[in-house]
Every structure is written in C-alpha cells, then in structure tokens.
Design a protein around this ligand. Structure first.
Ligand code: CP3
Length: 362
C-alpha cells in the first residue's frame, strides 16, 4: 500500500489533489478521482472493533484522537482520492444550544425538538470553542494525508438539519416540519436562518483548519416537492454558498441531495462547483441537465458493492464513460451500506486507479 500511495503522490506532486482539480472542471486529468460517502463506519471491521472500545457515537465523533483514527481507517485501507472527516451533520448542534444523541437502534435523537418561537429565540450563535475537536482533527489529518488526497469537510444543509431538530429524530414522513411550513412559517424561517448563519461560520472554521473542499448534504431536500424545496431549502443553501464564495473563493463546494432527479435544473444557479447525483438519475442525462461549467459527483448504486466484482468493474466503467472526460468525481449515489464487503470497496478504488481517460475516450 505504501508504494501505491507513493506512486499516486509522485504523479500529483506540486499539483493540487486530483479531486480539487476535477471539482473545478480542469481539462487533462488522467482519470476521475474517487471517494465514497460514508466511507468510514460500521461496514469496516476496524470501525466495529473501535466502537466496542468506545460505544458512544458522540465520544467517537467528538474526541480528536478517535476522529483522526476513524477518518484514516478507509484512507489506510483503500487510498481514496478524498478523505472525509469523520463527524456528523448534527455535530455542531450542541454548539448552538441543541443537544442530541445517536442511539444504536433509533439513530439521531433530539430530546427537545424545536417547534416554537421561544425555542428558536433561545438558540445561540455557534460557539466554535465547543467544536475544537473538529479543527484539531482537520489540522492533524491535513498533515497526515500530506497532499496525497483531498481533505473534505462537510455540513448539513439547513433544511436537512432542521428535519432532525423539528422532528426530534429520523422520520419517514416529515409531517411535523412540512406542516410547520404552513402553520408556523415565521418560526421555521427563524430556525433555518439561524442554522444558515451557524453553518456558514462552521464551514469557514473547517476551511481555516485545513479542509480543502466542502460537501453540503441536503440529504432530505429530495423529500420536498420542487417548488417547496425552492422556498424552504434553496434560499438558505444559497445564503451559505454566497458567504463561502466571498470568504473562501478558492474552496470548491459540492451539493448533494438524495432524490434530486426533480431538482437538477433548480440546483444550477446556487453557485456550487459540483452537483451530486444519486443512482436514480442516469449519469449521462444528469451530466447533460447540469450543463457545462458545473462538475458532477456520483453515482454508482451502493448495492453494486454486493455484486460479483466483475459486475462492479463494468458499472464503474459505464458511469465514468457516461460522465465524460472531465468534471467528474466518482462516488456512490448515496452512502456505503452496512454489511458492504470491504473487498468490494477496495476493488472500487483499485479499478478507478487503473482507469485512463485517454484510453476510455479515444
Ligand atoms: O462519510 C463519512 O465517512 C463521514 C461520516 C458521516 C457520518 N454521518 C457518520 C455517522 C457523514 C458524512 C455523516 C453525515 C450524515 N449524518 C448525513 C448526511 C449523509 C447522508 O447519509 O445523507 C445524515 C442524514 C446524518 C444523520 C445521521 N447520523 C443518521 C440518519 C444516522 C443514523 C443512521 C445509521 O446509519 O445508523 C447517523 C449516525 C451516524 N453518523 C453513523 C455514522 C458512521 C452510524 C452510527 C454509528 O456508527 O454508531
């Protein structure tokens, strides 16, 4: 593995990581860069072993040494082109006054869901001192990775974070927050504005600590009818993007929405550099609909990692050809599923490393 990484780094030395160049849509890259959403986590035996020793998710995701160790597990095992900080979209919540926990059975739990004007007034501006473990981890990771891959930070979009804050946890129906759009629009606007401010500051903090690219997860934006997404999610993402493009114009921004087939054209004018595609969108269609000037990320169905390896190889080739020879970051269409064989994840990255645009597109 050492020599593999040395070879990668030699081919990239003195240049920016492949992933950053693809995000910017540069011509002439040798191949697409690849990483996987949720590339650290329970499908890895090393993560399961560490979780036995540290059973609390908040401990694992809020202790610098553990964050660094977990973030590096997939890096050491698979050498992806992007290394994403091990954290959660809910991690900054306590720093604005919203405690949460992640339970083994129920997932995220917010004890006192925020639903009233009074509760929104009690939210505080983000206290970055309470998130020092994030900054410290990013600094260490940047030097560990040493330019051989891009270090990715991330945040949740205001709408997606608000689904947890309002519903109190995971939901299949989003009925409380969707009703709030009509019964308490000012309260919801207050909450989303507060989140947008906090998340902007949090992104700048991640960038100043070493993150080279930021992904915004509006994972549940696709649960909204497009016209409702336009009103209740997009403006707040746009506000964040505008601020980051002013304060850190060199940092590429990726926007991922699960189930965004109905939203692609509506995402184009938000100002992000890269639009994520889930696997329900055909890559060639998605590429065309996003248009020139914006890169795309995705979109192999995570279930392909359970198929025979030659099938996976074929699917990677198909997606890469459909995306075209520039402006593509190879990824899954959503996160790695639990129980995914590590062998398949290794294969995904091995195949990607062997690709050459000049032979695929001659
Ligand atoms: O990609 C990575 O390797 C970084 C890790 C990461 C986590 N959460 C760790 C995690 C990332 C990028 C996230 C983001 C996140 N968190 C999103 C957006 C990404 C997406 O999937 O759309 C969302 C919606 C959340 C909220 C969240 N956190 C849920 C719904 C759950 C429970 C679901 C489950 O798998 O149990 C979490 C918990 C969580 N965050 C886990 C991990 C590895 C699983 C809990 C554990 O490991 O104990």
């Amino acid at each position: 593995r050492r020599s593999r990484r040395a070879a990668i780094s030699a081919s990239l030395s003195s240049e920016e990581p492949l992933l950053i160049r693809a995000a910017r849509g540069e011509d002439g890259l040798p191949r697409p860069p690849a990483w996987m959403m949720r590339q650290a986590g329970r499908y890895m035996a090393s993560y399961q072993a560490l979780s036995k020793r540290h059973p609390s998710f908040r401990e694992r995701s809020e202790t610098t040494d553990l964050i660094v160790e977990i973030t590096l597990q997939p890096w050491h095992a698979f050498a992806p082109d992007g290394v994403i900080l091990f954290s959660d979209i809910l991690t900054p919540l306590p720093a604005i006054g919203v405690p949460f926990d992640i339970s083994e059975s129920k997932g995220p739990v917010i004890q006192s869901p925020v639903r009233t004007e009074e509760q929104v007034r009690e939210l505080v501006p983000i206290d970055l001192d309470k998130l020092q473990f994030v900054g410290e981890s990013l600094k260490i990771l940047r030097s560990e990775i040493d330019g051989e891959a891009a270090l990715l930070g991330f945040v949740g979009a205001p709408w997606t974070i608000a689904t947890y804050v309002v519903e109190g946890g995971m939901t299949n129906t989003y009925t409380n927050i969707k009703r709030m759009c009509h019964t308490a629009p000012n309260v919801l606007r207050g909450l989303l504005s507060h989140l947008a401010e906090a998340i902007s500051d949090y992104i700048i903090y991640q960038v100043n600590s070493g993150a080279q690219c930021i992904q915004i997860f509006d994972s549940w934006g696709g649960q909204l009818p497009p016209h409702v997404w336009e009103q209740w999610s997009k403006p707040y993402i746009r506000q964040i993007v505008a601020k980051i493009k002013t304060e850190c114009p060199h940092i590429p921004l990726v926007l991922y929405i699960n189930g965004n087939g109905g939203l692609l054209e509506r995402m184009k004018d938000i100002g992000v550099d890269v639009i994520g595609l889930d696997w329900t969108v055909d890559m060639a269609d998605g590429r065309r609909r996003v248009g020139d000037g914006i890169s795309v990320q995705g979109n192999v169905d995570p279930a392909y990692l359970f198929s025979p390896l030659p099938v996976l190889t074929h699917e990677i080739h198909r997606v890469v050809k459909a995306a075209g020879p520039k402006g593509h970051i190879l990824n899954l269409g959503h996160g790695v599923l639990q129980k995914t064989p590590e062998e398949a994840v290794a294969h995904f990255f091995d195949v990607t490393r062997s690709l050459r645009y000049d032979t695929l597109f001659q």
